[in-house]
Ligand binder design. Structure first.
Ligand SMILES: [Fe+2]
Length: 261
């Protein structure tokens, strides 16, 4: 399995605190069946700045450490870029890293709202040939209330990444419900851990894929697995299936009522 969103780099954000914690996370990932991951430290979120050059150095150091400790895990560079007004200046200055050097960039919204110019940002990236992947939209309060907000982003060229802990209930019932709803309606394209800490927020990727298969069917699991591989390989992502409820043409309101009942 491939995990495209992790905070495994040591001591640079709220993920692994030091090299020992990074190595513990790496060993836990291997035990879970993960063979490759993208390190996506927070960038420009108001607390952490980890530009592309700095992040690249940190990835190199951790890779060497994996080799020294014989940990069979491929590590790639990425960032979790918080949407900010200077984002395109930062892009021009080479401060932003895409996922594993691909055409995909991981963007994080604030937890409470969808930024006003979100669709414009997605459009700007898309015309540059870069496709935004929206990190855990199920945890954004505005998307939870109105999933069409994410629909608009996907229609504008973005993709959705759901977090293992969200679908497994780790962030509470409301986020769990939101996560499954977004999955069922085809607005999620890939699944990853957003792992921060071996105990507090680990991987649970195998468990989450198993749940996706049992709840939604093999097609969804295969879509998410395929897309995680395609991101690292810089290939086209495939569209998500939708559940029968959506295919029957039920309105968003009906779907919402159904899952809240
Ligand atoms: Fe994250």
């Amino acid at each position: 399995m491939i995990d495209i969103h992790t905070h495994i780099l040591p001591g640079i954000d709220d993920g692994a605190a030091d090299f020992d914690e990074s190595l513990d996370l790496a060993r836990a990932a291997v035990a879970d069946g993960i063979t490759a991951m993208i390190a996506t430290p927070h960038h420009a979120n108001g607390r952490y700045m980890n530009d592309a050059a700095f992040t690249r150095e940190q990835v190199e150091r951790l890779r060497e450490s994996f080799a020294a400790h014989k940990i069979p895990l491929d590590l790639y560079i990425g960032q979790e870029v918080r949407i900010h007004s200077d984002m395109f200046d930062a892009w021009s200055a080479g401060e932003l890293a895409t996922l594993a050097g691909s055409r995909y960039i991981l963007l994080e919204m604030p937890s409470s709202t969808v930024p006003k110019r979100m669709l414009e940002y997605i459009h700007e990236f898309t015309i540059m040939g870069i496709r935004p992947i929206i990190a855990h939209p199920e945890r954004n309060a505005e998307v939870v209330q109105n999933p069409d907000k994410l629909r608009e982003m996907v229609d504008a060229g973005a993709y959705g990444q759901v977090t293992t802990h969200s679908i497994l209930g780790g962030f509470g019932k409301q986020i769990e419900r939101s996560a499954w709803q977004l999955c069922r309606t085809g607005l999620i394209h890939t699944l990853s851990s957003d792992a921060h800490h071996i105990h507090r927020r680990g991987f649970r990727l195998r468990e989450a894929y198993d749940r996706v298969r049992s709840e939604l069917g093999e097609q969804f699991e295969q879509c998410y697995i395929h897309n995680a591989e395609a991101i690292i390989a810089n290939q086209e992502l495939i569209e998500s299936p939708v559940t029968k409820t959506r295919q029957k043409g039920k309105s968003w309101r009906n779907i919402l009522n159904f899952f809240q009942s």
